[in-house]
Write a protein that binds this ligand. Structure first.
Ligand code: SF4
Length: 193
């Protein structure tokens, strides 16, 4: 059984798969409390793996939260892979993903200020997303070796409560460092979930 906040079908609004239709499984609960968090990850349903799968429409399945790694994701991922799904995870990077990595096609790590933008050394991921929130500074908060390894896969996401100012900051950071990319939230622009 999993604690679910919501399951919905939409487009991926961020990162390398921007614009792809996908099914989203938002698990309830998070181990952080970011001051600008705008995600409702409250508990709405308790569901079996089968019930979750019954609500999945697309080939690409994005497991998000809250923070999904506070759960044992193996049973869910095994079933998704058995059904040929492309499995993607969005995590804040505080927990290991090495034990489930073989069941995941893509992992987005979004380090948070609550943990001083640090990443668990056993969190294995494909791309990075940082929220440009007025405190974030890539020179201070992204290590040189991370920039080299993930060049072109490090997204700067403007914090949405102050989007115009933060977008300009993200732009200025990217203009100074070509490892970085300015990110968008497509779902907000086209006004879908
Ligand atoms: S890690 Fe994400 S879901 Fe959790 S409090 Fe921070 S922004 Fe919200």
């Amino acid at each position: 059984m999993y604690k679910i906040s919501e399951i919905f079908n939409s487009v991926q609004g961020e990162g390398s798969y921007l614009g792809c239709p996908a099914s989203f499984i938002r698990l309830s609960g998070c181990n952080l409390r970011c001051r600008w968090c705008d995600t409702d990850f409250s508990l709405k349903h308790i569901m079996t793996v089968e019930e979750i799968i019954d609500n999945i429409k697309y080939e690409k399945v994005i497991i998000t939260g809250g923070e999904p790694t506070i759960y044992d994701l193996k049973p869910l991922l095994l079933e998704l892979k058995k059904r040929g799904k492309v499995t993607m995870l969005e995590t804040n990077g505080t927990n290991p993903t090495d034990d489930i990595r073989h069941l995941l096609d893509w992992v987005v790590c979004s380090p948070k200020p609550d943990k001083n933008w640090t990443i668990n050394e056993k969190c294995i991921f494909d791309e990075l997303k940082y929220v440009v929130d007025g405190q974030f500074n890539p020179d201070k908060h992204i290590k040189k070796e991370i920039k080299e390894k993930y060049k072109d896969r490090i997204w700067l996401q403007p914090e949405s409560s102050c989007a115009a100012v933060r977008m300009k900051q993200a732009f200025d950071f990217a203009m100074k460092d070509s490892a970085l990319r300015v990110g968008l939230q497509l779902h907000k622009i086209i006004d879908v979930k």
